[in-house]
Design a protein around this ligand. Structure first.
Ligand code: GLU
Length: 387
């Protein structure tokens, strides 16, 4: 559905004000001056002030920042224009150090801690690595740290790379179950026709479905240092909406760009039909294949129906051969299927901690794993929980 009328102008959207976990994607063109390859420090300071405000409201924030190639190419004297892959990798290797330092400095000045996370395509697509990335980001968020993510451009070759941070940021939002993804761009949203065509064109306020009509509106970036254009932004929107994450394209060409969202200013919202947890549960319940069975006692069954997680203490028996993150079927002591979930341990480790208290896990396994065998957000029950 398309809404080209700005009926909700100046009213901040609930998708923004109610968001608890936000991913903010910052494009190279916002952070780096394409004329001299220097960092736009005033802009970086202003967005960091805004992140500080979000953190003060107890919101989790993850930044996906481009800029390594744009910063690095100047430092090693590469000419303007498109670069061969090995030179863009060399530029990224140089520029990423400066980028990470810049974030570390501006965050430190405000009493915040920033962390650098460099991901490859495989880190987000392959299950084990995906889970590792999720655990690391969760641990950082738990300690109040702001992860600054970029693609690991130095090792990612053409076939195994995103190449644009639009889609990477959507996958990151998906991995951590973010409820809102903000793409700060050099344009304030999606227009009915690409502006470079020179036709009269108007901005769309809200998109609920990426139809062929919407896709036809995407143009190309037209910017020499940014890789993504509207096409990759719509690809990002598809990933975000499928995972239950709302996405917004908003202009980063102003200082304090997030203020625009707080004030209901111009932008394009892509509205997900469901939230990340519900979407994930629906996905789990729809999976046909599973890797094993977890037989649980009456107490654990009651706890699950009350909306709680499955702890090792309530497990009687385990069948099957599975790894962390695989889907297993949860069965009652009477053999009735209660639901399915993503298990936090392999069958080998799960058997060792079966029937034990969560506090005993570290002593038995030698590492401090999750206290839940299956977290409630990773579980889809056949019957609705009562809480
Ligand atoms: N990862 C690239 C960089 O840091 C940017 C990719 C993009 O522009 O989306 O330069």
């Amino acid at each position: 559905m398309i809404d080209t009328h700005n009926i909700k102008a100046n009213i901040p959207r609930l998708e923004w004000t109610e968001a608890r976990r936000i991913v903010i994607k910052i494009g190279s063109a916002l952070l780096v001056d394409c004329n001299n390859g220097k960092l736009k420090l005033a802009w970086l300071n202003s967005i960091t002030d805004e992140i500080l405000k979000l953190r003060a409201q107890h919101k989790d924030v993850v930044v996906v920042s481009s800029g390594s190639i744009a910063l690095g190419r100047n430092l090693i004297g590469l000419p303007p224009g498109p670069l061969e892959l090995d030179y863009s990798q060399a530029a990224a290797a140089v520029g990423q150090i400066s980028l990470a330092h810049a974030y570390q400095d501006v965050f430190h000045q405000r009493g915040m801690v920033a962390a650098q996370i460099l991901l490859t395509l495989d880190d987000t697509e392959e299950r084990r690595r995906y889970l590792n990335a999720r655990c690391t980001i969760e641990a950082l968020l738990d300690r109040g740290v702001v992860p600054i993510v970029n693609e690991n451009d130095t090792v990612a070759t053409t076939e195994i790379r995103y190449g644009d941070n639009d889609r990477l940021s959507a996958r990151v939002a998906n991995i951590i179950g973010a409820d809102c993804l903000v793409l700060l761009s050099d344009i304030d949203g999606l227009y009915t026709s690409p502006s470079y065509v020179g036709q009269s064109s108007c901005r769309i306020d809200e998109v609920r479905e990426i139809t062929p009509e919407i896709e036809a509106m995407a143009g190309c970036s037209g910017n020499t240092i940014a890789r993504g254009g509207m096409v990759t932004k719509l690809e990002a929107a598809k990933i975000a909406l499928a995972a239950g994450t709302h996405m917004v394209i908003s202009s980063g060409r102003v200082l304090r760009p997030l203020k625009v969202l707080s004030e209901g200013g111009p932008c394009t919202w892509f509205i997900a039909q469901s939230d990340p947890v519900t979407t994930k549960k629906r996905w789990i319940s729809g999976l046909l294949k599973h890797a094993g069975y977890i037989h649980i006692d009456k107490g654990a069954e009651r706890a699950l129906l009350e909306g709680r997680s499955l702890l090792p203490a309530g497990v009687k028996r385990i069948e099957g051969c599975f790894d962390r993150g695989d889907v297993v079927v949860i069965k009652s002591i009477a053999g009735v299927e209660l639901g399915r979930g993503l298990i936090a341990y392999s069958n080998i480790d799960a058997k060792r901690i079966l029937g034990k208290k969560s506090t005993e896990i570290v002593g038995i396994l030698g590492y401090n794993g999750r206290s839940e065998l299956i977290h409630r957000d990773d579980m889809a029950l056949m019957r609705k929980s009562v809480k």
